[in-house]
Design a protein around this ligand. Structure first.
Ligand code: NAD
Length: 475
């Protein structure tokens, strides 16, 4: 059974009433799973009014009550994991084990926010006169508009919802129309956990029309978006024109530096598994491999051998390591990257083609000798392609790693403390992972620098974007 699809506005699940719909497609088969209703202008207005009304009381709610609801959502996520994960695999394509992993790690996110929201503290500033008391209050910013993508439908949505609700804000979220089931499940869990009507509202439709309406509305005080750099810049500019706070979690093009003192077998094994996670549709996926001369050939051989082991198939099949791409349009996008690299003299060592079967499948692909100006090295591939190039001097790898406007994540493999330290200091990235992959835990901040975004989600920073500072002085 696939999830019933609806809008969720003011505590009610809404469908019918002459609304437009779009089909939701299973990317592993091309079959239609369900029909998703689009919000009409009246629905968006309804959501705005509901969120504004709910904010007037939710902002004064006890952090203990907010915490209890978030805690309950964590519990419900764990209880319902099997059913939600199956629907997530059906509409997004990732293997079932990855869907379960996404959900269970997000239960931890809800728990983390349940704990942290009880510790949103202000402070008292010593005054110059004994009769004056100076206080700094941190208050919820207001109604938030959030836009989340299709690659981690559950994860991206729940982070924003937990941060907004935990801070005492209300939120209107437009989830991914292509993979909506996980966001429907979130709305149902908050509903079942007793969240007051209007605190969370979920809408669907034409993304640009919804974001335009919500961001321009004077009711909305904060905008949070996860997605591509181009769309993020557009939404940030619109928010800026209306003086609204933004959190932007945008794309990346994560460099991997494998130094000649690295554990080559371990690096190849870990990188291959991470590369094909969610078919490479991960903003922190390793995407530019700089490998030092001394171990270049050994690394390439080991990496290709690991990538060759990856079993591609329907995410519901037990032996699948990598599912389809989430959309039909991503397949020609992969072909374009490979063709461009080949035209510039790169060698395809593995894969490089779409699979001749229903659904949107592309082979795990390794391309060597990729020049720095190839599209693969400059545009976010967002797919299962690993471009590899070589370097000699340490500084050269760091300079090339920093050469793009992106600055999300970076990966370093070395046994040298000096190199690890130097890379951590020099790399222009929001997250640097050395000899392992450790980003995206609830207790650690997740976010980018440069074109990769503004602000962090998770960690003790998680509520910063949802709070305003008020100074009170009293005599
Ligand atoms: P896209 O930029 O069209 O869409 C990405 C997401 O943004 C989608 O969920 C979409 O619904 C939403 N979106 C698009 N225009 C919007 C608007 N005007 N207002 C509000 N939301 C809007 O790209 P795509 O073809 O779906 O994906 C391709 C690229 O997007 C990838 O190559 C990757 O760079 C990027 N992407 C990044 C992330 C991430 O986690 N950083 C996630 C998904 C996609």
């Amino acid at each position: 059974m696939y999830t019933p699809l609806a809008l969720y506005i003011d505590g009610k699940f809404l469908d019918g009433d002459g609304r437009q719909h779009q089909d939701v497609i299973n990317p592993a088969t091309g079959e239609i799973l369900g029909r998703l209703p689009h919000a009409s202008p009246a629905d968006l207005n309804h959501a705005l009014q509901a969120a504004e009304r709910a904010f007037s009381s939710w902002r004064h709610s006890s952090p203990m009550d907010r915490s209890a609801i978030l805690r309950q959502v964590a519990t419900l996520t764990r209880e319902r994991v099997d059913a939600i994960a199956r629907c997530l695999t059906l509409d997004q394509g990732k293997p079932l084990a990855e869907s379960r992993g996404e959900l269970l790690s997000c239960a931890d996110h809800a728990d983390w926010h349940a704990e942290e929201c009880r510790r949103i503290y202000g402070r008292v500033i010593p005054s110059r006169k004994p009769e004056i008391r100076q206080m700094v209050l941190r208050e919820p910013i207001g109604v938030c508009a959030a836009f989340t993508p299709w690659n981690f439908p559950y994860n991206q949505a729940i982070r924003k919802i937990c941060a907004a609700i935990g801070a005492g804000c209300t939120i209107i979220l437009k989830g991914p129309e292509d993979a909506p089931s996980a966001v429907m499940a979130i709305a149902q869990m908050f509903h079942d956990a007793g969240l007051p009507p209007g605190v969370l509202n979920v809408v669907w439709g034409v993304p640009s029309e919804i974001s335009d309406t919500l961001i321009r509305s004077p009711i909305v005080r904060k905008v949070s978006f996860t997605g591509s750099v181009a769309v993020g810049k557009h939404l940030a500019a619109l928010a800026g024109a209306h003086m609204k706070r933004v959190t932007m979690e945008l794309g990346g093009h994560s460099p991997v530096i494998v130094y000649d003192d690295a554990d080559v077998a371990k690096a190849a094994r870990h990188l291959a598994r991470f590369k094909v996670r969610n078919a490479g549709q991960v903003c922190i996926s390793p995407t530019r491999f700089y490998v030092q001369d001394g171990i270049h050939d050994a690394f390439v051989e080991a990496f290709v051998a690991e990538m060759r082991k990856i079993r591609v198939g329907d995410g519901l099949a037990e032996d699948t390591d990598m599912g389809p791409l989430a959309h039909e349009r991503r397949v020609p996008a992969m072909e374009r990257f490979v063709e461009d690299a080949q035209a510039r003299g790169a060698r395809v060592l593995l894969g490089g083609s779409r699979l001749n079967r229903p659904g949107f499948f592309f082979e795990p692909t390794v391309v060597a000798d990729v020049p720095d100006d190839a599209l693969l090295m400059t545009e976010e591939p967002f797919g299962p392609i690993a471009p590899i190039t070589r370097f000699s001097a340490d500084e050269d790898a760091l300079t090339r790693a920093n050469s793009l406007p992106y600055g999300l994540s970076a990966y370093v493999f070395t046994r040298s403390l000096h190199r690890a330290h130097q890379a951590a200091q020099t790399l222009e990235a929001g997250m640097v992972n050395i000899n392992h992959f450790g980003s995206a835990l609830p207790e650690t901040p997740f976010g980018g620098v440069k074109d990769s975004g503004i602000g962090s989600e998770g960690g003790s920073e998680t509520f910063d974007g949802y709070l305003v500072t008020k100074f009170v002085t009293q005599i």
